[in-house]
Design a protein around this ligand. Structure first.
Ligand SMILES: [Cu+2]
Length: 66
């Protein structure tokens, strides 16, 4: 299952690395694909979308489901 989030304030590789790092420990996340140009994060796995949006937002990048 794939879920895409719109993520604000991701500007560079450091930001995408931060997002990937905080998501790596979230239950159900199998893979993470960050697109800096479109400011989206696509996650493969069986995830709780509310938890994932909160984790990304708390890392400093306001996230919403697309
Ligand atoms: Cu950055």
């Amino acid at each position: 299952m794939k879920t895409q989030f719109k993520v604000e304030k991701m500007m560079c590789g450091g930001c995408s690395a931060n997002v990937e790092k905080v998501l790596a420990d979230v239950a159900g996340v199998d893979s993470i694909d960050v697109n800096l140009e479109e400011k989206t994060v696509t996650i493969k796995g069986d995830i709780d979308t509310g938890v994932v949006a909160m984790v990304i937002t708390e890392a400093g990048y306001p996230a919403t489901l697309t």
